[in-house]
Design a protein around this ligand. Structure first.
Ligand code: G16
Ligand code: MG
Length: 219
């Protein structure tokens, strides 16, 4: 039986994926690297420094900057991102998420957050849903980021549950790979092509229904 849901944050609970995109796009411009939406799909769920490395490799500038310059570039991007998330309110919960959280609570299913974002706890607070989560995986303690399963494995451990008792929800290719690698049932939100590895897919969060997900997972 399913006893836990492990959620990605950006692009699933709220649309901060869009803010990450804008902040990376602007940083890319400063470095002479054009970031479009297609390439941005490869950044979703990827940690801040790993994202920067991917962008530099994509722009053919992998060996152009020292480690301390890269730290400054990542801090520059985060500075813009932190400004963009300042105005988040509970109204920024994506459609379908408030109802899903209510249904999960009514069913006694425990919740964990598995976000690669170091800004995750602040965003949950601004959305007013910190108390809904039983556990938050601290991304600074991970040895490997998504697509490695570690963040979802830890989420289940923190909830005191087996992987087979948990469902993971993601909007990123790397995130679905991480859930599948943790041997959990994966729910993918978004473009069918990038979500093709998910066990169950919806086009957007408004289609997320606890009953349908549990049925799809064989409950
Ligand atoms: C998120 C985003 C990524 C971002 C990462 C790190 O992961 O999808 O684009 O690079 O967090 O965020 P920060 O720079 O705030 O630490 P997730 O796992 O919530 O989708
Ligand atoms: Mg995401």
């Amino acid at each position: 039986t399913i006893k836990g849901f492990i959620f990605d944050l950006d692009g699933v609970i709220t649309d901060t994926a869009e803010y990450h995109y804008h902040a990376w796009k602007n940083l890319g411009k400063k470095m002479g690297i054009e970031i479009d939406r297609e390439f941005n799909e490869k950044l979703k769920g990827i940690s801040r420094m790993d994202s920067l490395e991917r962008i530099l490799a994509y722009g053919g500038k992998a060996d152009r900057y020292t480690d301390s310059e890269k730290e400054l570039l990542a801090a520059d991007k985060n500075g813009e991102y932190v400004k963009l998330i300042e105005d988040i309110t509970p109204a920024d919960l994506l459609p379908g998420i408030p109802q899903l959280l209510l249904d999960l609570k009514a069913s006694g299913i425990k919740l964990a957050l598995a976000s690669a974002s170091k800004n995750g706890p602040v965003i949950l607070d601004r959305l007013g849903i910190t108390a809904d989560f039983d556990e938050i995986v601290d991304p600074s303690l991970l040895t490997k980021g998504k697509p490695d399963p570690e963040i979802f494995v830890k989420g289940a451990q923190q909830l005191g549950l087996e992987a087979s008792e948990c469902i993971g929800v993601e909007d990123a290719e790397a995130g679905i790979a991480a859930i599948n690698g943790a041997h959990m049932f994966s729910v993918g939100v978004g473009d069918p092509e990038s979500m093709k590895e998910a066990d169950y897919r919806v086009a957007n969060t408004s289609e997320l229904s606890l009953q349908k997900i549990l049925e799809a997972a064989g409950e």
